[in-house]
Ligand binder design. Structure first.
Ligand code: AMP
Ligand code: ZN
Ligand code: FE
Ligand code: FE
Length: 288
């Protein structure tokens, strides 16, 4: 009885289709999974259907690019109502600036005598929420770089000549956006942010949980965040952050959190719905 609450598909920078990802989730024996693509919920409908076919419980979600006090962080939203008008319009905005950023990165590369075309990146990405990994893959495919690492090291890493900063929403706004779409706000992989001092502000803004279990968290870090979650009475989540084959071995299966974590999340969503007197679409999944 386990779950993985952090997964990506090719609707953002993962390589698996929702159906492939659901197949892997079934082979890993997961009872529940969430799809947390970057700044999009486009893959959720297909993922829901693919999970239903395999008897896996599905949680509609997204990973929002956010910032607080000048530090980037990722805010996971779980049990989001993908039809929520404000959420849809904010996600559309994110996607538009991500696409614009591809044009800017390509222009910089062209200025560095790398004649890659934006159209090639968009064709490879084939999604509305493209990012640096798609540029990197295009550079490898076109023979300009021999590996993704080289593409990042030479051009795309922060501070390198083709790096373009990414649009980030205020984390406090992200929490509010997630809540008004019926969801729960959870800070992703806090161990990668190296800034735990942000957590109290996020808690004050109503953040619901902390992603304590993550592939890149050591046992010590996991323990640290479990303690912080306990101190601030935050819900505990976790996931592999699997991007398919884009980062070597697929990570799905490397993190298996107890299904009880999902039950706690569902209790909180239902409690919110009762308190607000509104039963949102995303909430319906919690009643089963
Ligand atoms: P973006 O959201 O467009 O800024 O791209 C961020 C993505 O690039 C994240 O999924 C990172 O894991 C990935 N990334 C960062 N550095 C590297 C690298 N050296 N090799 C492969 N992927 C990377
Ligand atoms: Zn990613
Ligand atoms: Fe992330
Ligand atoms: Fe992620």
């Amino acid at each position: 009885m386990h779950a993985d609450l952090h997964l990506h598909t090719n609707f953002s920078d993962g390589t698996y289709t929702p159906e492939e990802l659901a197949g892997h989730a079934a082979r890993c024996g997961f009872k529940a999974v969430a799809l947390t693509d970057h700044d999009t919920m486009e893959g959720c409908e297909r993922m829901a259907a693919a999970c239903r076919e395999r008897g896996i419980e599905f949680i509609p979600a997204a990973e929002l690019t956010a910032e607080h006090d000048g530090h980037e962080l990722h805010m996971l939203g779980y049990f989001l109502d993908s039809k929520n008008a404000r959420l849809q319009s904010e996600l559309a905005k994110f996607q538009q600036v991500r696409q614009q950023r591809i044009h800017e990165m390509v222009a910089r590369l062209n200025g560095l005598d790398v004649p890659v075309k934006a159209e090639a990146v968009f064709a490879l990405a084939n999604c509305r929420s493209p990012g640096r990994p798609h540029v990197a893959r295009t550079l490898v495919q076109g023979g300009w770089c021999s590996s993704l690492d080289e593409a990042f090291e030479r051009f795309l890493r922060k501070g390198r000549p083709a790096w373009v900063p990414k649009f980030k929403m205020s984390a406090l706004d992200a929490i509010e956006l997630i809540h008004q779409a019926g969801g729960l706000a959870v800070m992703a992989h806090p161990g990668l942010n190296h800034n735990d001092s942000l957590i109290p502000d996020l808690v004050d803004a109503g953040m619901d949980g902390l992603e304590c279990f993550h592939t890149k968290h050591s046992t010590t870090l996991t323990q640290r965040y479990l303690e912080i979650a306990d101190r601030f009475q935050l819900l505990v989540t976790g996931g592999s952050d699997c991007h398919g084959m884009s980062k070597g071995q697929p990570l799905i299966g490397s993190i298996k959190i107890p299904y009880e974590c999902v039950e706690r999340l569902k209790e909180r969503v239902l409690q919110r719905a009762v308190e607000s007197g509104v039963m949102l679409a995303g909430t319906a999944a919690c009643k089963s």
